[in-house]
Design a protein around this ligand. Structure first.
Ligand SMILES: Nc1ncnc2c1ncn2[C@@H]1O[C@H](COP(=O)(O)OP(=O)(O)OP(=O)(O)O)[C@@H](O)[C@H]1O
Length: 243
């Protein structure tokens, strides 16, 4: 077991949603969503386009207003501004690889290091260990990396903050298969070695089946199915996920 796993405040967090409702103006998007991601599990949130998956993640991060309860362990996140939620250990990798293209890979990662000067060196080394390509390319501009490498950088930027809950929105969208496989390996290592709790929005079934412990399906903003990933049957896929 490595040092990171034994450091007390690196322990995995649980995420609990109770009666979560969300509106964009007059449109009711999320309807009374209840779910609990237990510490150290990888949970996959699925559903067809426009069903509310990204909105649910934004509710957790405080990027949109929501009603109900969102708790990280015992802390009520809905009362806290977005930056406090991040500092409590919720790491968010949004859709679309938000990196700074003009900065080098190392500079992109060190933006987080400056904020976390207390224990940044280990975290940075861990990111380079998880993504050796980022170490190799640390002096290249972020914008010069391939799409898949930029996604790895986007994940690395969040890991520098040593989150206790990692939230990813379709990390494999538009990425070549070999890097999808590497991202899957990395999520499994983070989960197995660091005990990180992961909430993942994912549309690709093979990837979800490979990395997730459990699944949940949103349909028109309502949770319509959940369970262990082995219980994601072809019938459920046909009914709720096929297009
Ligand atoms: N800023 C916004 N203002 C108004 N409506 C929005 C806004 N963002 C999303 N919506 C609507 O909310 C609903 C849920 O969108 P959301 O992006 O959460 O779905 P999703 O399941 O993540 O879809 P996708 O897989 O396409 O990303 C959709 O009907 C969408 O059009």
């Amino acid at each position: 077991m490595n040092d990171a796993a034994t450091t007390p405040d690196r322990r995995a967090a649980s995420l609990t949603l109770r009666g979560l409702d969300q509106y964009y103006g007059g449109s009711h998007i999320l309807w009374n969503v209840d779910m609990t991601v237990t510490p150290g599990r990888i949970s996959c949130l699925m559903g067809r386009n426009g069903m509310g998956k990204t909105t649910l993640l934004k509710c957790v991060m405080g990027l949109v207003h929501a009603r109900g309860e969102v708790r990280l362990d015992d802390t009520d996140l809905l009362r806290l501004p977005a930056d406090r939620r991040a500092r409590l250990g919720v790491g968010y990798v949004p859709q679309g690889r938000e990196i700074f293209p003009q900065l080098t890979v190392a500079e992109n990662l060190q933006l987080g290091v400056h904020v976390r000067a207390d224990r940044s060196a280990n975290a940075l080394e861990r990111v380079y260990e998880l993504f050796p390509v980022l170490k190799e390319m640390r002096n290249r501009r972020g914008g010069d990396l391939s799409g898949g490498q930029q996604q790895q950088l986007a994940i690395g930027r969040v890991l520098v903050f040593e989150p206790r809950l990692l939230i990813l929105d379709e990390p494999c969208e538009g990425i070549q298969p070999n890097i999808v496989a590497q991202i899957g390996d990395t999520l499994e290592r983070l989960n197995r070695e660091d005990g990180l709790t992961v909430l993942l929005v994912e549309q690709k079934l093979p990837f979800a089946r490979r990395v997730a412990d459990e699944f949940r399906i949103l349909e028109n903003g309502r949770l319509v199915a959940e369970g262990e990933i082995d219980a994601l049957t072809d019938d459920l896929v046909q009914k709720h996920l096929s297009v």
